[in-house]
Design a protein around this ligand. Structure first.
Ligand SMILES: [Cu+2]
Length: 227
């Protein structure tokens, strides 16, 4: 009798240990995906004597200062070739990764399913770029082209809690903030611009910035809740 108890006990320990290893493995995979996937997709543009815009966005009353987008509304005539590189929004552990992907207009974004369950990515009916990819299996991936500048909420028909955004912009001059709120916009042609912010929950702010060739100009923002 005692032996049976011991055997059961040992079995439970092994099962728990394996489950723990699997959970740790999943966490590692998730962190790797978060670190590895790009949050900005743009085309390469040759600029003579470019400048840099850098700064911090403080996001008030939300968990962190990441996932805000800082962008220049208009640069020249805003006519730029679509990016060749595809963006990727992965679906892993019932989460979209990254949570915010900023792309230049014309970009294609791939939506792989890295889970063992099926997902169905779609954007809401009142959205400027409406699509529905239908349910698809683990390992499969479907592309969507984003040709209008606007914010596109991503949802999943199977999992109501899944949410993310593709923010589509008119030119290559934008940056997505890291969790500490920092951002950088490189390769900016010299000039005076209107710099704006986007955040899923916070009110948009704008600053005027003067970019000079070979120099870095700083622009800081503080974003508050929408009224
Ligand atoms: Cu889903």
């Amino acid at each position: 009798m005692k032996r049976t108890y011991l055997a059961v006990f040992a079995f439970v320990v092994v099962v728990l240990f394996t489950a723990n290893l699997k959970a740790e493995d999943q966490q590692e995979q998730l962190q790797a995906a978060i670190a590895g996937l790009k949050t900005e997709i743009r085309s390469d543009v040759t600029v003579e004597n470019p400048g840099t815009i850098t700064g911090t966005v403080k996001c008030r009353r939300v968990r962190h200062s990441g996932d805000a987008v800082v962008y220049i509304e208009k640069v020249g005539d805003n006519k730029y070739d679509a990016p060749v590189e595809h963006g990727v929004v992965d679906q892993m552990n019932l989460i979209f990764i990254p949570h915010v992907l900023a792309v230049q207009k014309g970009a294609t974004v791939d939506f792989p399913n890295s889970d063992e369950v099926r997902h169905n990515v779609f954007s809401p009916p009142d959205c400027c770029n409406q699509f529905n990819l239908g349910t698809y299996d683990a390992g499969a991936s479907k592309p969507v082209n984003f040709d209008k500048s606007c914010e596109v909420p991503l949802l999943c028909n199977v999992h109501a809690e899944m949410s993310a955004f593709v923010v589509v912009l008119d030119n290559p001059y934008f940056g997505v903030t890291a969790k500490d709120g920092s951002f950088t916009i490189n390769n900016v042609p010299p000039g005076t611009y209107k710099l704006k912010t986007w955040h899923e929950k916070l009110r948009s702010e704008e600053h005027e910035v003067k970019v000079e060739g070979g120099k870095t100009v700083e622009a800081d923002f503080e974003l508050k809740k929408r009224k």
